[in-house]
Design a protein around this ligand. Structure first.
Ligand code: FRU
Length: 484
């Protein structure tokens, strides 16, 4: 039998849905078996959003990288995931790595990195493909056969964009000279794709590799999203092993200068967020990220059950004064089960406690009054996950020390709150996504409660809060059906 038998793998996948393990999420994309990572090929095509993602269907190791594929019109109903692209020829024998997608002449095309190693030497090629009716990607032309001079074999993750009627791509790279990270731009001309060199930023020596770049346009601003590796942690930033963030400025495609750009800002403050990709469609920028982290597999005990990782909910991005705000995509409101919604309206509240549903969304506004410290806790019996806000320091702390299984520790970031702390919390079986101050900051993380119990949402403070208002909804699960 072939190592990657699409028919057999798809059949096994269909058996796996609905997902059965108690740690499996209900409204996050994930797989019944194998390891998933980066979202890939995000494209709006033929009336639907197409989501591909990295997947090892054969185990929970970072190898055998394939692309899986689902389709959705509304981010609630999805086609059953299928195997779409797998390593089966000389160019990509060591993995079909990350890439992007585009809708072109009625076809959905993808562009990905063919990973190949010969005697330990990486020979990365960038190749197009086309999604066919049988759900597989036909492999087509290689547009960049190897890494260019001055760049090491760490050269991957192409992302296409258009300017002035021309097609370009950005691609993650490592400089040979001093092994630092960068991104290169290629431009399409009649005779092929030409290397236009590095995007010049003021970041200087900024880690040893930049993965998964996206070049986005928000009005007159360009935003370069990328994932630098090798940055040291700081007091309130860069606390994960690798980061996912952006700079906003103006990219000149003549000089390749990213002009007047902001500092590097992280897209997410949680423990489990990496390699995001963005759809640009009808003026919206919708982001999906990988809920996971490279080189941290031991933090994720679902591995014992043969599957690992999730994708985030889709988030809509806005750029305001050089900062990206992220809100859950409006389609997700359709997951709310209105009948059982709980209204919260308390004044002079010393505290608050409410059992949550199996999947829930809480939208809360805390008027702090005299309180200087406030803690929002998800309590799973004897275990807990805490969000602690210190108003004097203006620091939010996310604390996973109270969980027994999986990754632990704390993450801290600066958050300015005047009178009112706004928090929108999506709590799935293991995935938690928190939106602070209407999306000014976001945090994605996974918790693996020991017992199969629903959490209790608790709010406490060092002085009575002026008020706690909001609403809590039970959320429905994503629906998967065969592609018809
Ligand atoms: C990021 C990444 C990409 C690569 C892919 C392989 O998580 O390392 O750079 O293309 O994963 O799965």
């Amino acid at each position: 039998m072939e190592k990657f038998d699409k028919g057999a793998i798809d059949a096994e996948l269909a058996q796996g849905f609905p997902l059965k393990h108690r740690w499996h999420n209900r409204f996050h994309l994930e797989m019944p078996f194998g390891l998933i990572n980066d979202p890939n090929g995000l494209t709006y095509h033929d009336g639907a959003y197409h989501i591909f993602y990295q997947w090892n269907p054969l185990g929970c190791e970072h190898k055998n990288k394939c692309w899986a594929h689902v389709k959705t019109r509304d981010f609630v109903h999805y086609t059953l995931p299928e195997l779409a692209l797998w390593p089966d020829d000389v160019h990509d024998k060591d993995g079909c790595y990350s890439g992007c997608g585009l809708s072109q002449d009625g076809k959905l095309r993808v562009l990905y990195t063919c990973n190949r190693k010969e005697d330990g030497v990486r020979i990365p090629a960038q190749r197009f493909g086309t999604l066919q009716d049988d759900g597989s990607v036909r492999k087509e032309e290689i547009i960049i056969p190897d890494h260019p001079e001055g760049i090491t074999g760490h050269f991957r993750d192409p992302f296409l964009f258009e300017r002035r009627g021309h097609r370009y791509l950005v691609i993650g790279a490592q400089r040979e000279e001093n092994e630092t990270g960068t991104v290169l731009v290629y431009e399409e001309r009649e005779d092929g794709w030409h290397n236009r060199g590095e995007v010049h930023t003021r970041l200087g020596d900024f880690g040893y590799m930049w993965e998964c770049p996206n070049l986005l346009q928000f009005g007159s601003y360009d935003v370069l999203v990328f994932c630098p590796q090798g940055l040291a942690a700081r007091e309130y930033d860069r606390q994960n092993i690798y980061q996912a963030g952006y700079i906003a400025g103006h990219l000149s495609l003549d000089s390749m200068d990213m002009m007047q750009h902001t500092k590097f800002q992280e897209l997410d403050r949680g423990f489990d967020f990496y390699a995001p990709q963005v759809f640009e469609h009808e003026g919206r920028h919708l982001l999906l990220g990988w809920m996971g982290m490279p080189d941290k597999d031991d933090d994720y005990p679902s591995k014992e059950h043969g599957w690992m990782y999730s994708l985030t909910l889709p988030r809509e991005l806005r750029l305001r004064q050089g900062h990206i705000y992220a809100r859950p995509a409006r389609e997700l409101r359709d997951l709310r089960i209105q009948e059982s919604a709980v209204e919260v309206d308390k004044t002079e509240a010393a505290g608050f406690s409410q059992p949550l549903f199996e999947g829930s969304e809480s939208l809360m506004e805390l008027e702090l009054g005299e309180a200087k410290r406030v803690e929002v806790v998800l309590r799973y019996g004897l275990e807990k996950l805490a969000f602690r806000y210190d108003r004097e320091q203006q620091v939010m702390t996310i604390d996973r020390e109270g969980m027994k299984r999986g990754g632990r520790g704390q993450r801290q970031f600066k958050l300015f709150v005047d009178q009112s702390l706004s928090l929108q919390l999506f709590v799935d079986k293991t995935a938690v996504e928190a939106f602070f101050q209407h999306g000014e900051e976001v945090a994605s993380l996974l918790v693996f409660p020991e017992k199969n119990i629903q959490p209790e949402l608790e709010i406490t403070a060092d002085a009575p809060l002026a008020s706690i208002t909001g609403k809590i909804w039970e959320l429905d699960s994503f629906k998967f059906q065969l592609n018809s």
